[in-house]
Design a protein around this ligand. Sequence first.
Ligand code: UD1
Length: 425
Amino acid sequence: MDRLIVTGGRRLSGSVRINGAKNSALKLMAAALLAEGETRIENVPRIMDCLTMAEVLEHLGAKVTWDDSTLAVDTTSALGIETPYELVRRMRASIIVLGPLLLRHGRARVAMPGGCNIGSRQIDLHLRGLESMGAEFSYEHGYLEASARSLSGAVIYLDYPSVGATENLLMAAVGATGTTVIENAAREPEIQDLAAMLVEMGAKIDGAGTTTIEIEGGGPFGPARRRVIADRIEAGTFAIAACATRGDVLLRDARAEHLDLFLAKLADAGAEVHPSAEGVQITMHSRPLALDFVTLPYPGFPTDLQPQMLALLAGAKGTSIATENVFESRFMFVDELNRMGADIRTEGHHAVIRGVERLSAAPVRALDIRAGAAMVIAALGADGTTEISDLHFLDRGYEDFEGRLAALGAEVHREPSMWPEASSG
Ligand code: UD1
């Protein structure tokens, strides 16, 4: 496995372009299955998760071609219904093809997901919602078998505003007979991006971005041309990296309106935050100040920035408290931070972070996508040279992370494995 070698103490400065959002691109790619013809999606990041989703689509019979960051998905002969374990286990978001497949073919066979090790992530809300629209499910040999003679509109109350469930239901509802109402829907900007693409394809959707989404079923759907919104999590990651190094970085194309609460917290930590037409400028002059934060569904503090924020607060002046409300067990990476001299104790879904003057380099692992980013941030501010292993997690979510950090002045490089990579299945 490759390792990232990071020598701390370099101040980040300059500008970095924020790529298209992973969590939006994946869903727009799945939505392409609803149209017959070629959909073009621009600003798709070249990360492992998007490459895996491209494989999922190809396995279903679609023709996928990349031209730089533009992806063409031709679904003319996409007649497959199965997403195999080999792909789903690499990325549990593959489950997002369930809604489109049920709508297009009345059947789907999707391996049960694995994915990030950040707690049990169930799909009961996806299934209950689809059931109330007429779908039936059974499990066989690790596969979810789904069928629906037809899908009909329903009023669906989500127990929790699940991002994936909202998206799956949205994609099934656009072609169902009659009206569907999703109550307690997730409000993430990526859902608004997906809804905008579906509308461009011919769907009738009202209320995306609010807690009640109303969908008037219709179809058929034509191909779309859509540009993926900027990745708010990548923007937040670079913002925190800038703060951890007392840097001065322009996050080009970042959208401040998608990061309201997060940017307010960075300001509480002592950062200067300047949104402009170009993006968001982040400047930090001194050691960060401690603060408390609580992760919540959008527009709350994003759980996908919790690990990176902990890495920053590990070196803050004072004691901070973080509460993780979205995923259980999302503090597993804390042990890795503590190996670098952090003083963090966790109790259930709370973490108490006693800021230390300086972290010290140590060999550490990237335990999931965002925990991996947190280790890089910790290393950028630490004393000495840190080696980070298990980089495949980082590669799932960040395109050329080390190259872009190096362009900002970080001392970082990738050391290729001396041994042949084990098969990732
Ligand atoms: C998406 C994002 C992920 C982000 C998360 C929350 C993608 C590819 N991933 O994941 O990066 O961290 O939103 O912002 O977009 N849950 C259930 N039953 C369900 C569905 C979810 O209990 O049927 C629970 C999960 O176990 C978890 C919580 O709800 O505790 C949030 O999950 P959800 O909002 O669905 O996140 P994802 O769509 O998986």
